[in-house]
Design a protein around this ligand. Structure first.
Ligand code: RRO
Length: 301
């Protein structure tokens, strides 16, 4: 009998699929819908200390095999998010994503997410286009270690760190998360990208640059997870361009204990979680794997 039950450190999930931060997760009810559609957990939209309207339109565009967004961290602010968390946590496991500009801010936000019932907190150290946040704090290993240690000292729930592929020192950053006591690495966030409308001789997005997501980035994400698996011993959650069970298996075999789906939810709807899980179960039966763990990092053997 094969089982999809999955462990990520001390946490256990019914299956390894989660919605990635930023997709159908800004409200309690949208997270409920994702969980009811078969996801093992939902990661919230990244929430900061204060309400933020995000960037002006256009802030999103489809490109070949993906999308480029520069939403600009829109969110209602941590205190207003309590209401959404109350609704969502009644339905299932919620990982609270937060962004801050320094260790103290991250620690305070993490404490609030813990108060709101999050089963883990995901530190956004990786948004590619946010002034003073995201990659601006997440590409310096020393700072990453300081932030992760401060959050660890502030909360009891597991601390996950979402990393950027926009760096040549990804494994150093991964090791900094581990050294800071971080429980799990999430890889990858979007890649810094741009699209220009030649007719207007201008970038399409109001912010000029944004983050590329979707199928186009899957091989980059799989390689990132593969490299991180060799560098750290803490669990990894894979994300980037997953739209079917084979994509998810690539991440698992590269070293991910679980995976997140974002952009593909827009193409296939929330049902994608049960479709991908059914595909994995069928694959496991056919190839004789009993647990997800049997496949995690198998390409390294
Ligand atoms: O809100 C955004 O613009 C955004 C975030 Br916080 C992120 O982490 N990654 C991304 O592509 N967009």
């Amino acid at each position: 009998m094969s089982s999809l039950r999955t462990r990520v450190g001390s946490l256990e999930f019914e299956n390894p699929s989660m919605v990635a931060s930023g997709i159908m997760d800004e409200t309690g009810l949208s997270m409920v819908r994702i969980l009811q559609s078969g996801a093992g957990a939902a990661v919230s939209k990244s929430v900061g200390s204060n309400p933020n309207p995000g960037h002006a339109n256009p802030n999103f565009i489809e490109v070949n095999a993906g999308c480029i967004n520069a939403m600009g961290l829109p969110n209602p602010g941590i205190e207003a998010f309590a209401e959404e968390m109350e609704i969502a946590t009644k339905e299932g496991k919620i990982i609270g994503s937060i962004y801050g500009s320094n260790a103290d801010e991250f620690a305070k936000l993490a404490g609030r997410m813990e108060d709101f019932g999050a089963c883990a907190v995901e530190l956004n150290l990786s948004c590619p286009h946010a002034k003073g946040y995201g990659i601006e704090v997440g590409t310096d290993p020393k700072l990453v270690k300081t932030i992760v240690s401060a959050v660890k000292a502030a909360v009891e729930i597991p601390v996950w760190a979402k990393l950027t592929p926009n760096t040549h020192i990804l494994t150093d950053i991964g090791k900094a998360v581990e050294d800071g006591g971080g429980d799990t690495i999430v890889a990858i966030n979007t890649l810094k990208a741009m699209i220009i409308a030649p007719e207007f001789a201008r970038p399409v997005l109001s912010n000029k640059v944004g983050g590329l997501s979707g199928n186009a980035i899957k091989p980059i994400g799989v390689r990132a997870v593969y490299d991180l698996k060799k560098a750290v011993s803490i669990p990894i959650v894979g994300v980037g361009g997953i739209s079917n069970y084979r994509d998810a298996l690539e991440y698992i075999m590269a070293g991910a204990s679980a995976f997140q789906i974002g952009t593909a939810v827009m193409d296939y709807g929330p049902e994608i979680f049960s479709t991908v899980c059914k595909g994995i179960t069928k694959f496991m039966k056919r190839y004789g794997y009993r647990t997800i763990e049997d496949m995690v990092g198998i390409v390294h053997e």
